[in-house]
Structure formats: structure tokens, C-alpha cells
Design a protein around this ligand. Structure first.
Ligand SMILES: [Zn+2]
Length: 194
């Protein structure tokens, strides 16, 4: 079975088992109204819908290399992550934003690696997390990057307003994919959550 055949077999199973029973038709008719935005890594091992057992319509998800949030920078350039955040917060009115990082993150590891091959886009994207290089091992760098992304969320004025009004909560979570546990960002650092 080729890679594409495998996808199509999976889709056939989805059509047979889930399409009719899950709420796809109602969601298509009524539109989506997710309560949560999750900003996760593109890493193939950390799919939010799998981790949290959510169904269609429940999570608005943006995934990028190393789950980074850039600072608020409305300069007319191509800010895909910021556009997704804006749509989720201002148009969908989500109540929670979760920045979901993870252990063994290749993006964060690349920051600490010396002399990697030149890339066209990854270097400038990962410079958003360059401050994390000085703070210890992989776990510390991954968690420092999540903290910075949550701080950057607060630099978006319409996020800061909604947080101040109690309409929106920001969360920084780190998934330990070796141990299968979830940690949350707190004032004193990352603490076990689940
Ligand atoms: Zn990652």
C-alpha cells in the first residue's frame, strides 16, 4: 500500500464510521464555534485532537515549527500564525488559547545545534526562540519558548483587552511525549497538570 493509498483507506474508514455519526453535517450547516485555540508544533507526534480526544468543531488549531507565537507586528507581511490567532480570538471569540509545546522538539533542538545546513525560512522563524539557548537542557529551552510565546500573545492588544476583561485565558502547556504527561506554565515554573 502506498502512502497515498493508506490515506485514502483511512478516509474510507472515516466516511463509513464517523462522518454520519459525528456532527459534521450540523457543523457544515451551522458553522463552527470552538471554545479553544491550540497553538501546537507541526511535529507528527503531537496532534492536539489525538492528545485531547476532541471531535470536530471543538478545537481551532494552528500548527507551526516549534509552536511559536511571534510578537504583535502588524506590518503588512505574511503572518500566518498571527492571522490564525486573530481569526480565533476576534472572529470566533474563543475563551482559551493553549500554547502546546512538547519534549524532543526538533525545532528547539536545532537552535542549540551548531553548524546545521542552511535553510531558507527555518532560521529566521526559529530566531523567535533564540533567547532560550542559554537556559539549560532541551526541556528548559522548550519550556522557556512556551513562556515567551504566551508573553507574546499578550502583546496583541485585542488579546490583552480580553484577558483583562476576563473573557480569555492564556495557557502554556508542555507535553512530555516520553512519559505521557502534561505540564502547565505557572508563576513558579512548569508544574504537573495531568
Ligand atoms: Zn516540536
Amino acid at each position: 500500500m502506498t502512502d497515498i493509498d493508506k490515506l485514502l483507506a483511512g478516509f474510507a474508514g472515516f466516511r463509513a464510521e464517523r462522518f454520519a455519526t459525528d456532527s459534521f453535517r450540523a457543523l457544515a450547516r451551522d458553522g463552527q464555534n470552538p471554545r479553544l485555540l491550540v497553538i501546537a508544533c507541526s511535529d507528527s507526534r503531537v496532534d492536539p485532537a489525538i492528545l485531547f480526544g476532541t471531535g470536530p468543531g471543538e478545537l481551532f488549531v494552528v500548527r507551526n515549527v516549534a509552536n511559536l507565537v511571534p510578537p504583535y507586528q502588524p506590518d503588512g507581511l505574511f503572518h500566518g500564525t498571527s492571522a490564525a490567532i486573530e481569526f480565533a480570538v476576534r472572529d470566533l471569540g474563543v475563551a482559551h488559547v493553549v500554547v502546546l509545546g512538547h519534549s524532543s522538539c526538533g525545532g528547539i533542538a536545532a537552535l542549540a545545534a551548531e553548524g546545521g545546513e542552511a535553510r531558507d525560512f527555518i532560521g529566521s522563524w526559529m530566531s523567535l526562540a533564540a533567547h532560550t539557548c542559554a537556559c539549560g537542557g532541551a526541556r528548559e529551552r522548550e519550556q522557556a519558548s512556551i513562556r515567551r510565546s504566551v508573553e507574546n500573545l499578550s502583546s496583541f492588544p485585542w488579546i490583552a483587552e480580553r484577558v483583562a476583561a476576563g473573557e480569555l485565558e492564556l495557557h502554556g502547556w508542555w507535553f512530555d511525549l516520553e512519559e505521557g504527561h502534561l505540564w502547565r506554565l505557572a508563576d513558579e515554573g512548569f508544574t504537573p497538570l495531568a
